[in-house]
Design a protein around this ligand. Sequence first.
Ligand code: ZN
Length: 53
Amino acid sequence: MLGLRFFACNICETVMAVPTEPSRCHDCQNGDIAEISGTVQSDTYFMTSENHS
Ligand SMILES: [Zn+2]
């Protein structure tokens, strides 16, 4: 089964439970998303983020 990961919007604090990191908040559409899952395997998720331009 797919492992859901948990992400929180840094702007409106909406929590999203999804298999992959959302590109933007499902609620306010902001791109400032932080993973809050306790199953992070390494620091690489900091390096695979979307372009922040
Ligand atoms: Zn939001």
